[in-house]
Structure formats: structure tokens, C-alpha cells
Ligand binder design. Structure first.
Ligand SMILES: Nc1ncnc2c1ncn2[C@@H]1O[C@H](COP(=O)(O)OP(=O)(O)OP(=O)(O)O)[C@@H](O)[C@H]1O
Ligand SMILES: [Mg+2]
Length: 252
């Protein structure tokens, strides 16, 4: 396993400053623009720089892959691009909207309306059933209970979770079944951006293929932009672009 941590001895003050520009509006066809992203984690008196000056433009409707060795910072970058993590430096624009300086409440609302996120560890609510995990997102989006229930059933059918599992809690589901629920939840309410952290890792070959086809259909027929972290070589064939992250730097 390659671990790309660099121990920094410098203080926060010494870090390079990236100047802010209006880059987001310079790429009218872009769904995601990142400029000068740096990420340093602090642990005690030590700093670990994980991302170093990432610039990335992802075109609307594209399927963009992010690949790279374990520990290279893929999940960190995806979390920053989704607004789940604030970078040490740099800006992120989603659909031309700068998110790095948004208030926490505004960002939470913006994310709910625009981004479907599939976490590497699924992040399902353990006390809720599969169907309730999906319904909850729809309820947050203002969809009434009855309609949300029907939509959740349809989404779970789309990701091929057997009907006998929809009322099971995550602890009663296999890894692959949990992954399907996480995908259905990310698709709930038709977000314009889907960010997925290894969405096929826990699926068998056929199910993985079906999920990829589903994401492809969303991108190509509904104009969704899909950003996926993956180690899965089968996905490369359906991708429009692939970026490689190594030692905190993107190699395109
Ligand atoms: N909150 C944190 N605090 C300190 N270090 C962190 C934190 N989150 C991640 N890291 C470190 O940053 C590095 C990159 O982690 P990240 O999860 O982004 O890697 P990854 O490329 O997604 O790896 P994998 O393919 O194994 O999922 C790792 O070495 C990790 O230990
Ligand atoms: Mg990861």
C-alpha cells in the first residue's frame, strides 16, 4: 500500500497563499471547477499535507473518474468537491456557485438540492430501514411522505435491491445490498451532480455493471454530471475522462 503523507514541519503561516479569482464563471460548460486546492490535516504539532494545488474542471454531463493509489487523497478530494470538507486553501465551484465560503446552513441546503453523494463506507442511518434511508432524503427535499415512499421503492427497484430487503435495517444487509441502498439514496430527488466513492467496490461483476449502466444513463439522458472514485477497471470504458491522483497532485 502506498501512503502519500508528507510530514510538514512548517507552521500554518508558511503555507502558500492562493489568490481568489472568478474562475467559476470562466468555464460556462463546467459543472465542477476546483482551483488551487490544498489540504493539510493537523495532528498535534504535526501537519500532514494530503493535497497540493489541485486544479480540476469537470464538464457538465461528463462521467469523470478519479483514480490513484490507496491513501493518495481521493476521498479527501471528493469530500472537498462535495462541500463536506473545507480545504486549507483554494476554491470549489459547483454549477458556477462558489461553495468554499458559503455558510454552513446554506451549503447544507445547496448540497441537498444539487449533490447526491455515495460514501465509501455507505454512511446509512443504522436505525432506519433501507426504504426509510432513501425516503428521508426525499422528505428533507420537501416531498410528501406518500410520494417519497413510492419514489424510494422505485429507486430501490432501479438499483435491484430485492423487495424482501427494503424493510431491513443496514445491519441486516450485506455489503453489496448496503451499497445499493446508498446509491438509491444518492439518486433520490434527481441531483445534478453525483459524487461516488468506489460505488461498485462491494458489488459482484453483474451488479457492478448494472450500476455503471444506471449512472451512465443518468449522465447521458438526464444531463447529470458523475464524478467517481474507483479502482474498478471496468468503469474506465464508460468514462469520458480519467484523472489520476498521486502524492497529492493530479496527473491527467
Ligand atoms: N481527518 C483526517 N485527519 C488526518 N489525516 C487524514 C484525515 N483524513 C484522511 N487523512 C489522511 O489523508 C490521506 C488520504 O486519505 P484518503 O482517505 O483521502 O485516501 P484515499 O485515496 O481515498 O484512499 P483509499 O483508496 O484507501 O480509500 C491518508 O493517508 C489519511 O490517513
Ligand atoms: Mg478513499
Amino acid at each position: 500500500m502506498t501512503v502519500s503523507l508528507t510530514k510538514l514541519t512548517s507552521s500554518k503561516k508558511n503555507r502558500q497563499k492562493v489568490t481568489s479569482t472568478s474562475i467559476g464563471s470562466n468555464y460556462p460548460e463546467a459543472a465542477i471547477v476546483a482551483e488551487g486546492i490544498e489540504m493539510t490535516f493537523e495532528s498535534g504539532k504535526q501537519y500532514y499535507q494530503v493535497l497540493r494545488g489541485i486544479d480540476l474542471v469537470i464538464k457538465s454531463g461528463d462521467i469523470q473518474l478519479l483514480m490513484g493509489p490507496s491513501g493518495s487523497g481521493k476521498t479527501t478530494l471528493l469530500s472537498i468537491l462535495a462541500g463536506l470538507l473545507t480545504p486549507t486553501e483554494g476554491q470549489v465551484y459547483l454549477l458556477e456557485q462558489e461553495i468554499t465560503r458559503m455558510s454552513r446552513e446554506k451549503l447544507a441546503r445547496y448540497r441537498l438540492e444539487n449533490v447526491g453523494f455515495i460514501f465509501q463506507g455507505f454512511n446509512l442511518f443504522p436505525a432506519l430501514t433501507a426504504a426509510e434511508n432513501v425516503e428521508l432524503v426525499l422528505n428533507y427535499k420537501g416531498i410528501t411522505r406518500g410520494v417519497a415512499r413510492k419514489q424510494a421503492q422505485l429507486l430501490l427497484e432501479q438499483v435491484e435491491l430485492g423487495s424482501s430487503y427494503v424493510n431491513q435495517k443496514p445491519s441486516e444487509l450485506s455489503g453489496g445490498q448496503k451499497q445499493r441502498v446508498a446509491i438509491a439514496r444518492a439518486l433520490a430527488g434527481n441531483p445534478k451532480l453525483i459524487m461516488a466513492d468506489e460505488p461498485t467496490a462491494a458489488l459482484d461483476s453483474q451488479s457492478g455493471h448494472n450500476v455503471i449502466q444506471l449512472l451512465r444513463t443518468l449522465a447521458k439522458e438526464q444531463g447529470c454530471t458523475v464524478l467517481m472514485v474507483t479502482h474498478d477497471p471496468r468503469i474506465i470504458d464508460v468514462a469520458d475522462r480519467v484523472a489520476y491522483l498521486e502524492d497529492g497532485v493530479l496527473k491527467k
